[in-house]
Design a binder for this molecule. Structure first.
Ligand code: GUN
Ligand code: FE
Length: 464
């Protein structure tokens, strides 16, 4: 370290998840240099830390009794191009919704000015809600997808940006030729790499099996392998979709097997939804160390089904959270956190009421005694939004907790941020986290740091 290097030092409650999904909460000192967490110590060691890092006492950020630090939230599945539709058009099921609302909206991104406006608003809004890393679907348009990547860089959000690929079963006004889709993907990948820096990366994005020919998917798999890129797509979201895939790809036994055959299952593959999977498909996903983006808001809003995350955990499948905005009406991952708990509760209820289907496809997957199903709780939701997302992205070494050595992506949460969460005085720190999951919003996220840079700071604003 040189004397001129600026360190950020924070003292207060540090909230994060352990690998076993439990919460680890302790008071401590966190030191940030450049884009990394470089040191973590007990509060009693503060003097030593200040000396070691040459920081004046006045420059330390001392958290108040209503504040805590936590890792930045990771949205592993969001359609930035659908942001204008958030909160709209949710009366239809998936396939009708795509045709009637979603494809017409995405087609508008052939216009750069429209892209600039929407993408700025989407990235600003998700940063404000604490999303420090996002895996984005843009649209089929290369130029517009590049605009999204540039906006993420400008506003300082870590992101994987995907130019969407689709060459079949799509409207004439929103479809590509196979060769064109591949060439544009190659050009997009090259362009994003030229932007420089590690904050924003391209991600290979075949929309889903019904929209993509086998040739397109296999070639995309080849590009991903050649360049060691992440991959994102949709899997088994809705029963009609699953049926359609069975008809389209009758030589494959399962939906997941189509992706397997095309080389699209890797340890860097995000499979969104995965609501209606057989045990065999889960096993395939686990074998490849791919993982699932759980999108509870979308699964409820589009009436797709209820994804059984407990079952996935028990089977050793990686799981993170997604908003799937605008299939999900909210672009805030805090909303996905609370809905992941409610989705899990609904599975428990279905099992208790003997409703079968909604109870998830598997049987007796709970961790409790006998066949008792233990639903996810607020602590599990913190795991899914942080360390779970980091694992899903194969970035556990760098993201998802407040351990030294990891990238400095974190939030300062203040329960004073809004009237509903303002402490009464009796709450424990665990209570604060619980309330944050169920009642928190962007007003509670008073500071957002991505890659060591402050990208939101409302500490001196009165929000209530
Ligand atoms: N499956 C294919 N495309 C989409 C999409 O845009 N949203 C959702 N939720 N599912 C999809
Ligand atoms: Fe989606």
């Amino acid at each position: 370290m040189t004397m001129t290097e600026v360190s950020q030092v924070y003292v207060g409650y540090l909230v994060e998840s352990r690998k076993d999904w439990s919460l680890n909460i302790e008071q401590g000192v966190l030191v940030i240099q450049q884009n990394r967490i470089v040191f973590r110590a007990k509060v009693s060691e503060l003097e030593y830390v200040l000396e070691k890092y040459n920081v004046a006492r006045n420059d330390v950020t001392v958290l108040s009794s209503s504040q805590f630090l936590m890792p930045g939230l990771i949205d592993t599945h969001i359609h930035a191009s659908q942001f204008p539709n958030a909160g709209l058009a949710l009366e239809l099921p998936l396939l009708d919704w795509l045709e009637k609302y979603t494809f017409p909206t995405e087609a508008k991104f052939s216009r750069p000015e429209f892209s600039v406006e929407v993408y700025n608003r989407c990235v600003r809004a998700t940063l404000d809600s604490g999303t420090t890393t996002a895996a984005y679907f843009a649209t089929i348009h290369r130029e517009s997808s590049e605009i999204l990547a540039k906006v993420c860089l400008q506003l300082g959000q870590r992101a994987f940006v995907g130019k969407v690929c689709m060459d079949r079963n799509s409207p004439d006004y929103y479809v590509e030729k196979t060769e064109e889709s591949l060439a544009e993907t190659q050009a997009f990948v090259n362009k994003i790499s030229e932007l420089g820096g590690s904050l924003v990366n391209p991600i290979i994005t075949p929309r889903f099996v019904p929209s993509c020919s086998r040739l397109l998917m296999s070639e995309l798999g080849r590009i991903a392998k050649e360049k060691n890129l992440h991959i994102q797509t949709h899997l088994s979201e809705n029963k009609k979709e699953v049926e359609w895939v069975r008809e389209l790809e009758s030589d494959c036994q399962t939906y997941a097997q189509v992706y397997e055959k095309c080389g699209l299952l890797t340890r860097k593959t995000i499979l969104a939804h995965a609501v209606h999977l057989s045990d065999q498909e889960l096993e395939t996903i686990r074998e490849y160390n791919s993982g699932v983006s759980h999108c509870p808001n979308s699964n409820f809003s589009l009436k797709s089904g209820v994804c059984d995350v407990r079952r996935m955990k028990n089977k050793g499948v990686k799981v993170g959270l997604g908003t799937d905005c605008s299939g999900g009406y909210s672009s805030s991952i805090i909303n996905s956190m609370r809905l992941s708990v409610l989705a899990s509760n609904s599975i428990k209820l279905s099992k208790e009421l003997g409703l079968g289907e909604g109870a998830g496809e598997g049987e007796g997957e709970g961790e409790g005694e006998g066949s008792e199903y233990i639903p996810l709780d607020y602590a599990d939701s913190v795991y899914l939004a942080t360390l779970g997302g980091a694992q899903l992205l194969d970035m556990e070494e760098n993201l998802g907790s407040l351990e030294p050595g990891k990238l400095a992506d974190f939030l300062l949460v203040d329960m004073q941020g809004k009237r509903e969460t303002t402490p009464f005085g009796h709450e424990s720190i665990q209570n604060f986290v619980h309330k944050f999951v169920f009642l928190g919003d962007d007003r509670n996220i008073v500071l957002v740091v991505v890659d060591g840079k402050i990208v939101k700071d409302i500490r001196n604003m009165q929000n209530i």
